[in-house]
Write a protein that binds this ligand. Structure first.
Ligand SMILES: *[C@@H]1O[C@H](CO)[C@@H](O)[C@H](O)[C@H]1NC(C)=O
Ligand SMILES: *[C@@H]1O[C@H](CO)[C@@H](O)[C@H](O)[C@H]1NC(C)=O
Length: 363
């Protein structure tokens, strides 16, 4: 508008000979107005584009597990997350961050601290992130009334970041299922580094191995497997004992999603309740210890199924309709915050995070 007025003012004829130059001036003014209108449209159009999504800044206060490469290694995820979202690490960006993410592991060990001394913008959310089961999360009572969001493998977390997931295959193709009962040498295999006789999984193992042979690998038996050897080794077993270290709601780790499903051994699971597995795993893809009245019955069942090609192959029928995705990328996990940002609860405070973490799910 300022430029327009300026031109119009200059167009006021102050001299008699001005008729000709007045036309020129009017033409010039017209062009100026047109130019301004176009500029305006372009600018409006531009801001309309970026209004499609809310600009979101996610600040990772520090890297999960103190490995500086955890997020940077997943750079393509961080870069391509969404065009409207920035995942940043510079603490100086705190005042403008929409979400600040704190990984619990370092907090409970005192390796990192919450910036409680900084003035916290009222609309800023603090997110608590953990992939550990409650018994390994430490004492969360000290975090009462601090966090607004949870990022966890739990299905009821604000942002659910499970260790893996089933995905429906696009077409229900009746492909023959490959590699069933191919080159199997062992009935059941178990990989264990951290053996503690108090764990339920250790008791089940002891009972089971007294009845049927169980091949054991890992640091406990001083037969550790390299990451390259892991899947080929498990693939030689009919069953893989995907026993979790804790029995907690939704706590289903890469033991199921990667070790079992990617190797082609049928998982025998122990940990979360049967219904949690049923909710997330492909149908008839696993055997849950709790489905049997005793370990003896489980042992007998495993022997029967391994000896019956048809029954064994039924544990692979799911592959016709489902595939499995292993989630092990920190960039992808944090990116979920961006894609779900607009659906987050507006005003939420975890007044008792410890109670949320230790929730006992009603059946
Ligand atoms: C079967 O397993 C053994 C031991 O890992 C391996 O040497 C052999 O090549 C395998 N055979 C086939 C057909 O995959
Ligand atoms: C986040 O939690 C704090 C309490 O620590 C609260 O004061 C604030 O209103 C919450 N913010 C949002 C956006 O939920």
């Amino acid at each position: 508008m300022a430029a327009e007025q300026f031109n119009l003012m200059k167009c006021n004829p102050t001299k008699k000979h001005a008729l000709n130059s007045r036309r020129k001036c009017q033409m010039f003014t017209f062009l100026c107005v047109l130019l301004l209108a176009l500029l305006n449209m372009w600018l409006n159009g531009f801001s309309f584009e970026s209004n499609h999504c809310t600009q979101v800044t996610i600040l990772m206060w520090y890297q999960p597990y103190g490995k500086p490469n955890n997020l940077r290694g997943d750079e393509s995820w961080v870069r391509n997350c969404t065009p409207c979202c920035k995942i940043v690490e510079q603490r100086s960006l705190f005042p403008m961050a929409d979400v600040v993410v704190f990984h619990n592991f370092e907090l409970v060990r005192g390796q990192e601290k919450l910036p409680l001394d900084l003035p916290r913008p009222p609309s800023q959310r603090w997110a608590w992130m953990s992939l550990e089961s409650p018994v390994h999360n430490g004492d969360l009572k000290r975090f009462a009334g601090i966090f607004n969001l949870t990022l966890s493998y739990r299905r009821d977390a604000d942002i659910s970041i499970p260790y893996g997931e089933r995905l429906a295959k696009e077409a229900d193709r009746d492909d023959p299922v490959q590699g069933v009962a191919h080159n199997k040498s062992f009935l059941a295999c178990w990989v264990v580094s951290n053996y503690r006789s108090s764990f339920k999984r250790s008791q089940v193992y002891k009972e089971l191995s007294a009845i049927v042979p169980v091949k054991v690998y890992g640091r406990w038996t001083k037969t550790p497997l390299s990451s390259e050897a892991l899947l080929p080794t498990i693939s030689r077993c009919y069953f893989y004992l995907a026993f979790e270290n804790s029995e907690s709601k939704d706590y289903i780790t890469e033991k199921l999603w990667k070790n079992a499903y990617q190797s082609g051994a049928v998982p025998v699971v122990l940990g979360a309740p049967v219904k949690d597995y049923e909710a997330v795993a492909p149908p008839q893809s696993f055997i849950h210890v709790d489905e049997f009245a005793s370990v003896k019955e489980l042992a007998e069942y495993l022997q029967q199924v391994a000896g019956d090609r048809k029954r064994y192959s039924e544990y692979f029928h799911w592959k016709r309709k489902w595939k499995v995705k292993v989630n092990n990328n920190w960039g992808e996990r944090v990116c979920k915050l961006c894609s779900q940002f607009s659906n987050l609860p507006p005003n939420k405070v975890y007044t008792d995070l410890a109670a949320w973490d230790h929730v006992i799910d009603a059946m």
